[in-house]
Design a protein around this ligand. Structure first.
Ligand SMILES: [Zn+2]
Length: 218
């Protein structure tokens, strides 16, 4: 049997992590509700060319297409879904790339910041030299103005840019840290999957999956 599972949308899952954690707290205060089969409404067959939802008849361990009798074990489907969570959160290039890119952007901006700080120092030294020339009567006040003025302007630009850039870097670092934290929570969610209540599993499935298409045996 070939199974095709729709890609998981990371942001939605991440957004939903906190919600799930909240729900977990609530479960200790509420009597457990009996959930429907986990994938009902999500899983289906496309034997007729359109999406037919597959259901679990009573006394059956399988989701079955009523049109063509295509079927999949409920436990197999849950296993595949769980595996997808793992593939996504533990080995996804997408997540690795995302975190690497964020890291690289921060490094690039820090490089620019260091260059600016270096330029500022150099500029102050040069301005100091011009000032000393003037004090020692080596140049006229007009000559001083001509040399000093453009450097003052350049310095102002640099000193305006530095705190702005520093702010951007701080913001990116916080963002980068929190995405890492969210990822860890999502991974934790994967690890705890076997211990989650059916209602919690159902909520996760509903929130990250549009549909799962079960292909027919060839
Ligand atoms: Zn079918």
């Amino acid at each position: 049997m070939i199974t095709q599972v729709e890609p998981i949308v990371p942001e939605e899952l991440w957004d939903h992590c906190n919600y799930i954690l909240d729900e977990q707290e609530k479960k200790y205060n509420k009597p457990a509700r009996k959930a429907a089969h986990l994938f009902t409404g999500v899983v289906g067959c496309e034997c007729t060319g359109s999406f037919n939802k597959m259901y679990v008849p009573s006394n059956s361990p399988k989701y079955i297409c009523q049109k063509c009798r295509n079927k999949i074990e409920t436990t197999d489907l849950e296993g595949i879904f769980h595996q997808q969570l793992k593939d996504f959160f533990f080995s996804s290039d997408e997540i690795g790339n995302y975190l690497n890119n964020a890291d690289q952007v921060i490094k690039d901006k820090e490089g620019v910041l260091n260059t600016l700080i270096g330029e500022e120092k150099k500029l102050r030294v040069e301005m100091d030299k011009v000032y000393r020339l003037y004090i020692d009567d080596e140049i006229t006040s007009e000559g001083f103005g001509q040399r000093h003025k453009p450097m003052e302007e350049q310095l102002k630009q640099i000193t305006d840019q530095i705190p702005e850039l520093q702010g951007e870097i701080d913001f990116l670092k916080i963002q980068y840290l929190s995405s890492d934290q969210i990822l860890n929570e999502a991974r934790d969610l994967y690890s705890r999957w076997p211990d989650l209540q059916p209602i919690e599993k159902r909520k996760i499935i509903e929130n990250i999956t549009d549909r799962i298409v079960i292909n027919q045996d060839l």
